[in-house]
Design a protein around this ligand. Structure first.
Ligand SMILES: Cc1ncc(COP(=O)(O)O)c(C=O)c1O
Length: 459
């Protein structure tokens, strides 16, 4: 076992291929359905939204998909990201557990999101489109795609959830610095946005609504723009596997192997990117690593949502997927982990959960911020509130190991820093944050609005 603290690979160690979990899936994640016909979506329909290169990746059964050289060149700006042993946190907890974190906050915009943004911009450029439309919550995804589009000379139109647009201007400013156009959603740019604004001029917006606007803007552009999503879709999860593939090599350097791997979960991308390569080892190399997804009690898609077909957006215009859902009519409570407030979940993650390959826990906002502050004081990094969900469970597991007197190796993905979430830290430090648990009653009510999928398709 190494006595190092920071495990740093060289540029040559950046993976040359992404890991595609499709051929190793123990059960099918189900088809994407056309929102109108409710039949499996054809490549022609999906091609209105996404570059064909990405659609082909989503359905590929090749285990390894080569990373194009221009994408690897850009990855070199921040990859490989470090794996760090949290020695000071271990000491503060007085635990026999060894705690490691993979730190994705070293990317230029401060999160894991550019791992797919750069890849998506590459394939769009190859197909000659003018640019991307997209949505963003608090702005992490929007700033990653704005940066990537700028690198490839593409336009980027971002529909940003209105409440964040008004309350958190800094990420908007980053996006605009990269040359993106940012619209508060609901906006007057789309038919759906105008309808919602007519009903409620000060509508706060939601991720589901912003997705609907991004989809509508791409569909009505006659092929000029494609639509980009920063999570949920199979190719997004796959692009993120550079994170876990690097971590596997770094654990070789450390001379240890994790007993458990932990990630926070909104739509599933940072979690999947980190854990899928470890699941590959579980499936094919006899490893028995526990895999734990952490979500907020305010948006408990996996732990309280129903596993069924639902729309990916609020308007019912995006493809329908089989997923654990709180209902596409879900109105998110105003918790500070903006990136975890999506009503659905990546179909691959849901299939793995349903099959028992991964575990899920929901945690409350106040204990999450307690963990974030404890981590910051020990390790000197201010975590993104989303990533702090993973820290909460890593700390809980380290304390359990202490109680049981067991040495366990715990690893989590620190998906981003929280330098633009200082308002949330301010509220926590001054006692203004509250816990919130999403009521089952609201989930049950939302289930009455699910799309009716023909039994032959639903299987
Ligand atoms: C830092 C960070 N972590 C996690 C997430 C959650 O998304 P996902 O589940 O796709 O990783 C977000 C989303 O915006 C984020 O910004």
């Amino acid at each position: 076992m190494s006595d190092q603290t920071r495990f740093q690979l060289s540029e040559n160690d950046i993976p040359k291929a992404w890991y595609n979990i499709n051929p190793d899936m123990p059960q099918s994640p189900g088809p994407l359905l056309h929102p109108g016909t409710k039949e499996p979506a054809t490549p022609d329909f999906l091609a209105v939204l996404f570059p064909m290169g990405l659609i082909m990746q989503a359905v590929s059964m090749d285990r390894w998909i080569e990373i194009p050289e221009p994408v690897r060149e850009i990855y070199k700006m921040w990859r490989p990201s470090p794996l760090i042993r949290a020695r000071r946190l271990e000491k503060a907890l007085d635990t026999p557990a060894h705690i490691y974190y993979k730190y994705e906050g070293v990317s230029p915009v401060g999160s894991h999101k550019p791992n797919t943004a750069v890849a998506q911009a590459f394939y769009a450029k190859e197909e000659g489109v003018k640019g991307y439309t997209t949505e963003t919550g608090a702005g992490q995804w929007g700033s990653a795609l704005a940066m990537a589009c700028n690198f490839f000379g593409l336009e980027c139109h971002v529909y940003m959830v209105r409440v964040s647009y008004n309350q958190k201007p800094y990420r908007r400013i980053i996006m605009e610095t990269f040359g993106a156009s940012v619209f508060p959603s609901p906006s007057d740019k789309t038919q759906y946005g105008r309808k919602l604004l007519a009903e409620a001029p000060d509508h706060p917006g939601s991720l589901g609504i912003a997705i609907s606007e991004g989809v509508e803007a791409a569909v009505t552009s006659n092929g000029k723009y494609k639509y980009s999503l920063g999570s949920v879709l199979p190719f997004v999860l796959m692009h993120q596997t550079v994170v876990g593939l690097e971590a596997l090599k770094q654990f070789e350097m450390a001379g240890e192997y994790p007993d458990m791997v932990i990630g926070c979960i909104g739509g599933g991308s940072n979690f999947s990117g980190f854990v899928f390569p470890f699941l590959h080892q579980n499936f094919t190399a006899g490893k028995k690593t526990r895999v734990i997804a952490v979500e907020p009690t305010a948006c408990p898609s996996l732990t309280k949502g129903r596993y069924t077909f639902d729309y990916g957006d609020s308007a019912g215009t995006a493809p329908i997927a089989k997923m654990h859902t709180l209902g596409h009519t879900f109105v998110p409570p105003g918790i500070h982990a903006g990136g975890l407030r999506y009503h659905g979940m990546a179909p691959h993650v849901c299939a793995l959960y349903d099959h028992g390959d991964i575990e899920a826990v929901a945690v409350k906002q106040l204990p999450v911020f307690e963990a974030a502050v404890q981590f910051a004081r020990a390790e000197g990094i201010l975590p993104a509130p989303e990533a702090a969900h993973a820290i909460r469970v890593a700390i809980d597991e380290a304390l359990k190991a202490k109680k049981e007197g067991k040495k366990r190796v715990i690893a989590f993905n620190l998906s981003g820093h929280g330098h633009f979430d200082l308002g949330a830290y301010d509220e926590f430090i001054h006692g203004k944050l509250q816990d919130y648990e999403y009521p089952q009653k609201l989930v049950d009510e939302a289930m009455t609005h699910l799309p009716e999928v023909p039994a032959a398709v639903a299987g």
